[in-house]
Design a binder for this molecule. Structure first.
Ligand code: NAD
Length: 345
């Protein structure tokens, strides 16, 4: 049974506060308070896994500007086990009442806006959570510079600790709880952050100090963006030269051209069973997200002075393809269709 007991006498409040602090240091002790901001394609499923793996004494405070997501979450978790769920009416309320707050938002502007609201004066005051104990885990894919600016804001105002933990594994991984997180955090916070992330994923790669998770994520997604276009071009080339698509796919996948887009997400229908190409490029990793991540990687490269020869051209490809009928809203492997690639009957 879930308990929503409110303790009101001053002595009882003190006892309650002490219990909260104990629960913080023990991580999974009684009555831990969590916040989750951004219940979209990824966040919703991550929050579901987190909620189901927390204790029944714990509480998850959820918030999304789209109130329908929060309402759906409540109705789906009402009779199940795991933490109690409370819908916060503002983003600030979700943060103020929690020791651990996870955010999963689309772009840098959203993360800045959300933390602008959380950190707006007057400083947060909660009878239950001392601000030095508050931990913000941002799982959004944004640029490292924006993430560092938000972290700096949180730390300067002494409202908690802020770490970055972007993920890979897509909606499928978020639903199955098998995500890989790339963590940017000081060593001292690892033992606190890791158990939280492992409730939503299978692996945590500690990449270095705050911002390092995003640096790793953007470097990886830069490579993915280029490999995807190169795979589509190579498949198109071989097929136009007369090769059978499956013969060519197999050849590449046992040769030096092998990569994730050729082996797992091949852009040609029926080369890899279950790939988005087999279902008219629906589901998967949206072309607009790839364009966004590539743009962030190019921006970060500019700031770091890292020379990119292919990035600008690849960005043009995604931007143009994204506008075309038949490509809009599809998995990013739809670049093959944009190139005029033939789809086997
Ligand atoms: P999404 O657009 O589906 O979800 C974002 C959610 O944030 C929405 O529900 C939206 O209403 C909410 N939101 C926006 N502004 C808000 C605000 N001010 N306050 C509260 N909520 C707000 O995006 P997603 O696919 O869940 O992706 C989230 C992040 O994860 C992105 O940065 C994305 O690049 C990254 N990511 C996505 C995938 C994927 O396959 N979808 C994979 C890896 C990483």
């Amino acid at each position: 049974m879930r308990s929503n007991i409110r303790i009101t006498s001053p002595l009882a409040r003190l006892v309650s506060r002490a219990a909260q602090r104990r629960s913080f240091s023990a991580t999974w002790g009684p009555q831990a308070q969590y916040g989750f901001i951004g219940l979209g394609q990824m966040g919703y499923n991550m929050a579901r896994n987190l909620q189901s793996k927390l204790n029944s004494e714990d509480t998850l405070h959820i918030y999304d500007i789209n109130t329908a997501s929060a309402e759906k979450f409540v109705s789906e978790t009402l009779r199940g086990s795991g933490a109690s769920v409370k819908v916060a009416t503002t983003v600030r309320e979700a943060a103020e009442n929690a020791e651990t707050i996870i955010s999963c938002l689309p772009e840098p502007s959203h993360v800045k806006a959300v933390f602008g609201q959380i950190l707006a004066p007057p400083p947060m005051e909660s009878s239950q959570v001392p601000s030095q104990d508050r931990l913000f885990i941002d799982c959004s894919t944004i640029d490292p510079a924006s993430s560092k600016a938000v972290a700096n804001h949180v730390h300067t105002l002494q409202q908690g600790k802020f770490v970055d933990a972007p993920m890979s594994g897509g909606v499928v991984g978020a639903t199955a709880g098998t995500l890989t997180f790339m963590l940017g955090a000081p060593d001292a916070l690892l033992s606190r952050v890791e158990p939280v992330l492992l409730k939503m994923g299978k692996k945590v790669l500690h990449c270095g100090a705050q911002g390092a998770g995003l640096s790793g994520k953007l470097a990886n997604n830069y490579l993915l963006a280029i490999n995807n276009i190169a795979t589509a071009e190579a498949m198109n080339l071989g097929i136009k030269l007369g090769l059978d698509s499956k013969v060519l796919g197999n050849l590449i996948n046992i040769s030096t051209g092998r990569c994730w887009p050729s082996e797992v997400n091949n852009p040609v229908k029926d080369v890899v069973q279950g790939s988005p190409a087999c279902r008219d490029y629906s589901g998967g990793f949206g072309i607009s997200l790839m364009r966004k991540d590539l743009g962030l990687a190019i921006q970060a490269a500019g700031e770091a002075g890292a020379r990119l020869e292919l990035g600008g051209r690849a960005k043009d490809v995604y931007e143009t393809a994204e506008q075309q009928e038949g490509c809009k809203g599809k998995d990013f492997s739809v670049v093959y269709r944009y190139l005029g690639g033939e789809t086997p009957a």
